[in-house]
Write a new protein. Structure first.
Length: 190
């Protein structure tokens, strides 16, 4: 009887095993689908986080570059400001040096070689050296073609047309700016 029961139960047992297996497969399939959906959701969120990270990285790089450019620009502006802030003082010093030059042209011969005059000439040269270190440079004029940006024509006279034949007052630049143009006499072509 046991064998018979076992045989009778076999189809039932088989059926039960099959139903159980199908149920497990269905549950696994559902879990996979849920897992796949969850995975897709996680991957989508990860992609969004990556995009946000890229955007924030790019924004921070731009902000850093802007800050560095601002610092460079500020430093340049500061240098330019400092360089040109003393322009009026430099012009006054140049006027004084012009007066020295005029005075030296009129020193009597017997005084030119005295230690006192040599000392004053040495001081004058020192002032020119100091101005040169500050970026002040003389504008070349004699023999040059007239450049209205660099030369101010006060007179014309016989000589090659538009060529500087005499310099009344030296011109100077400070960096790339003209402090004062050279005051000159130019040839009129006669």
């Amino acid at each position: 009887m046991t064998d018979q029961n076992t045989n009778q139960n076999d189809p039932l047992l088989e059926k039960l095993k099959q139903v159980q297996k199908e149920t497990e497969e269905k549950e696994n399939q559902e879990k996979k689908e849920i897992g796949n959906k969850e995975m897709e959701k996680v991957l989508q969120e990860l992609e969004e986080v990556k995009k946000l990270n890229d955007m924030l990285t790019e924004t921070s790089k731009r902000a850093l570059a802007d800050l560095q450019n601002y610092k460079k620009r500020s430093e340049e502006e500061k240098k330019v400001f400092v360089q040109y802030a003393n322009a009026n003082l430099i012009l006054e010093i140049l006027t004084t040096l012009d007066n020295f030059e005029r005075a030296f042209k009129n020193i009597p011969e017997d005084l030119k070689n005295t230690d006192f005059i040599k000392g004053i000439i040495h001081i004058e040269k020192g002032l020119y050296t100091t101005l040169e270190k500050a970026g002040v440079k003389p504008i070349k004029a004699l023999g040059e073609h007239l450049d209205t940006n660099l030369h101010e024509t006060l007179m014309e006279g016989p000589g090659e047309k538009d060529v500087v034949i005499e310099e009344f007052e030296k011109g100077y630049t400070l960096g790339d700016k003209i402090l004062r143009p050279a005051k000159v006499k130019v040839g009129n072509g006669k």
